[in-house]
Design a protein around this ligand. Structure first.
Ligand code: ATP
Length: 482
């Protein structure tokens, strides 16, 4: 099969300028530890960011107005992929379990929630202004020197609350203040009694939730790694206090395995246990799942033993009893909470970086996203071999059969080689090609993204064959190559 090359639209310098102005942001994020001797370069970062824009994964928000710093819109492919990342989490955390239930709490809620949780008092970063160049920084990131102009003439640090404040109703006074939630977790704590009662649950059980969170980050950056608006995937798992250490260990393993299962290689993942001094005020132990980003290790997910801090705090502030009581045995306790808290948008970026690969097919270089088939924006591309009208009806018929089961893209532009390459670049695991023989034998060619091998399959068997392929565990060919 001949495969021809594709050139990205626009001159490279233009693309690089675009990356610099829109994506790089602040590369000096203190939560990132550099990986000594890491082979993964900033070139990889540029390639992934470039691909995201070029192929419709992520765009700067409102780009026609010059964007707004570190805010992004998810394009057609990014929307599909982000949804797949969240679905993969949801399947593992809710659907495949019998001890976790779902919740979708409001983003704007009673501000007393944030008083009880401690967010009003303690969800702050120390902020300083440079008197010379007027730039604003997080003091814990810069020490005593402005990174922009080198001046040491900085204001005293003042706490800056990361919650976005707004007003509910037409009157902008203190009694109408509300906050955009900075995490989804509190929605689960305040609904603890409602959920446990309505679902007749007994610890150990969990409440899972996904959704937007908002933090007025002082130094957002590194593409979608740190943004002011992002998506979280959080589980609050309520357990008898004595069992908390055991469940903490259990969830650390489960979550690490989830990233492996969806294709991130062992060498790019690690679990980092927080030192005592680093622990949040509510935590008896936290471990982060970290990913080797091109600039260093960065957190994908924090798994904390939050003790009974949250339920006790909300019980004290609300006056409601938030505890488990077993009428039969008289047993009564405030459960401890194990919280695996992941970022969906940040995790999607990790999957993209980890999947990015370049290899050679038929002597030509190609870019290929080796995404887990469940995470790829499209599972199947349906392609007529040529634009000849005789092929269109059968190709559309095949599309009609497949699209009720799988996310498909139909493409009849350019040469077949170019279309395969286009699909490789966006990670589509299977291409189904309808050719002139198909009109005679009722079969199509199915091409595998990773091996580029092609198989002839009867149209009547396609749905079953593809479903069987998608049900298999994923193995990245780069792992077996090493
Ligand atoms: P970080 O140390 O990176 O600021 P955090 O410890 O404050 O993160 P958590 O409050 O534990 O983060 O939130 C859980 C997850 O939500 C994080 O592991 C991350 O994946 C995601 N997350 C947090 N803040 C952001 C952000 N500003 N942009 C994108 N994702 C975020």
């Amino acid at each position: 099969m001949s495969v021809s090359s594709e050139t990205p639209p626009g001159p490279l310098t233009e693309t690089n300028q675009w990356i610099d102005s829109h994506y790089r942001g602040d590369m000096e994020d203190p939560s990132i530890t550099t990986i000594p001797g890491a082979a993964r370069s900033s070139e990889l970062f540029d390639q992934v960011v470039n691909l995201c824009k070029r192929r419709g994964f992520v765009f700067p928000s409102a780009e026609i107005y010059g964007g707004i710093r570190s805010t992004y819109d998810y394009g057609p492919l990014g929307t599909l992929m982000l949804r797949n990342v969240k679905d993969a989490w949801w399947r593992a955390m809710v659907q495949e379990r019998d001890d976790v239930v779902a919740l979708d709490a409001a983003i704007l809620t009673n501000p007393k929630v944030w008083e009880a949780s401690g967010h009003l008092a303690t969800f702050t970063d120390p902020l300083v202004d440079c008197r010379n160049c007027k730039e604003r920084w997080r003091q814990d990131q810069i020490g005593d020197t402005c990174p922009n102009c080198g001046s040491k003439d900085l204001t005293d640090a003042r706490p800056f609350n990361l919650m976005f404040k707004t007003f509910v109703g037409p009157i902008e006074d203190d009694s109408n203040v509300a906050y955009l939630r900075p995490e989804t977790a509190q929605g689960m704590f305040v609904n603890f009694a409602n959920v446990m009662g309505s679902m007749r649950l007994k610890p150990p059980f969990g409440i899972a939730q996904q959704g937007r969170s908002f933090r007025n980050e002082i130094t957002p950056g590194n593409f979608v790694f740190r943004t002011r608006e992002f998506e979280q995937m959080e589980l609050e798992f309520f357990v008898p206090p004595k069992d908390a250490p055991k469940w903490h260990e259990y969830w650390c393993n489960e979550r690490l395995n989830w990233y492996r299962r969806f294709g991130i290689s062992e060498s790019l993942l690690r679990l980092r246990v927080h030192e005592k001094e680093e622990l949040s005020h509510y935590s008896a132990g936290t471990s982060d799942v970290e990913f080797a980003f091109p600039w260093g290790w960065g957190e994908l997910e924090g798994i904390a033993n939050r003790t009974d801090f949250d339920l006790k705090a909300h019980a004290a502030h609300s006056g409601e009893k938030l505890e488990y009581f077993d009428q039969a045995t008289g047993e009564r306790y405030v459960p401890y909470v194990i919280e695996p808290a992941a970022g969906a948008t940040r995790t999607m970026m990790a999957f993209l970086i980890s999947a990015y690969d370049e290899d050679e097919v038929g002597g030509e270089k190609r870019t290929v996203l080796r995404l887990h088939p469940h995470l790829a924006p499209y599972q199947v591309a349906v392609l007529p071999l040529s634009k000849k009208e005789t092929l269109t009806p059968l190709t559309k018929e095949v599309l009609g059969i497949l699209k009720t089961s799988f996310m498909c893209e139909y493409d009849d532009t350019q040469s077949i080689g170019r279309r395969y390459r286009r699909q490789d670049e966006i990670g589509t695991p299977l291409c189904v090609t309808v050719d002139f023989d198909s009109l005679e034998d009722g079969a199509v060619t199915v091409r595998d993204r990773d091996t580029t091998e092609q198989q002839r399959i009867a149209i009547s068997d396609l749905v079953g064959e593809i479903a069987g392929y998608l049900a298999q565990p994923f193995s990245d060919p780069r792992t077996s190559r090493n």
